[in-house]
Design a protein around this ligand. Structure first.
Ligand code: SF4
Length: 326
């Protein structure tokens, strides 16, 4: 079956889910069709998110020291990457970072901690920090904390947390190839616990980890089932010292753009974030990401550098789009 690219936006807006065959066709569409595909994804982006780009700030609140073996991650127990390693930052340090985010009018302040799951002491410390930051800044807050229970999710929600980020990362089938110390199902269960607690969900994936196109479609379809408020689209940056340091990602700028378009068409009403690695892999095409994605991080990721405020502002205004930052 050949899909009609000119009706993709209409189908997405009408909530007609793309079948697997159509998704695979989008991922493999001839490069000369990229502008047709981009136009369809852009129509959906404009309908739900207008011309705005949400710019948010991420803080790595606990770095390294993780017992897990995620092959892509510089913070894992098997990583030899030369990164900073430190325990959970104090409430005052996190609050000072949140104030800076507020000053530049970031749309959200995101707190990330390494590790399998936070212990009870860490949950209490995080709840304390979240309450203080919320009271002082009123910023929307998101946290990435690893696997968490129903009770922990409830405590975080009560403290003022708005959203949890917990990525599926790849398909259920491929998951054992990227991590052996926890499962796709455990990730899925954590997301359900957070949803049950009334937290918004940010959940996405990392592409370029050796998965095939069916895995890409499967993880995006799994995300559709979750109905996340936000879908971060990460592209693997092979970090020296990690098991994936020499992995050939097979990502090209156009392939990244096709993945972003498919993400938008499958999850039309979710924020789509061009997240880790988009700058690295999209190279000269990176500004095109904004025609599909409505959200980015500035000032770096967990252990890698990202886009500066100045560069983000330039990219966004040059395209005639608007953003929250100043
Ligand atoms: S991704 Fe998270 S759980 Fe996996 S190794 Fe890194 S910090 Fe640990």
């Amino acid at each position: 079956m050949e899909i009609n690219f000119s009706h993709l936006a209409q189908s997405a807006v009408e909530d007609q889910h793309l079948n697997k065959e159509a998704c695979l066709e989008i991922l493999n569409c001839p490069d000369e069709n990229i502008l047709i595909l981009l136009d369809q994804a852009y129509k959906v982006r404009r309908k739900y998110f207008g011309d705005s780009v949400r710019v948010q700030v991420l803080r790595n609140a606990k770095s390294g020291l993780c017992a897990e073996d995620c092959n892509y991650c510089s913070q894992s127990r098997i990583s030899k990457a030369g990164i900073d390693r430190y325990p959970l930052l104090s409430r005052d340090t996190l609050a000072a970072d949140a104030r800076k985010a507020k000053q530049i009018k970031a749309s959200r302040f995101c707190i990330s901690t390494s590790g399998t799951r936070p212990d009870e002491t860490e949950i209490e410390q995080l709840c304390d920090a979240i309450s203080a930051i919320k009271e002082e800044t009123q910023l929307p807050l998101c946290a990435t904390l690893g696997l968490i229970t129903d009770v922990q999710a409830g405590k975080l929600k009560a403290a003022g947390l708005d959203r949890v980020n917990h990525n599926l990362n790849t398909s259920r089938r491929y998951y054992p190839r990227i991590c052996t110390t926890h499962s796709f199902q455990e990730r899925w269960d954590t997301i359900q616990s957070c949803k049950n607690a009334g937290l918004e969900i940010c959940s996405g994936a990392i592409f370029g980890q050796g998965e095939n196109d069916e895995d890409i479609v499967d993880v995006l379809s799994a995300l559709m089932e979750i109905h996340p408020q936000a879908v971060p689209v990460n592209f693997l940056v092979p970090i020296p010292g990690t098991p994936f340091e020499k992995l050939q990602t097979e990502l090209t700028p156009l392939k990244c753009l096709k993945i972003l378009c498919l993400t938008r068409l499958i999850n039309p009403q979710s924020e789509v974030r061009a997240a880790g690695g988009w700058e690295f892999h999209m190279r000269q095409l990176k500004s095109l990401a904004f025609f599909v994605a409505d959200s980015i991080f500035i000032d770096g990721y967990l252990t890698t550098e990202g886009t500066s405020i100045k560069e983000a502002t330039g990219l966004i205004t040059d395209l005639g789009l608007s953003s929250n930052i100043q």
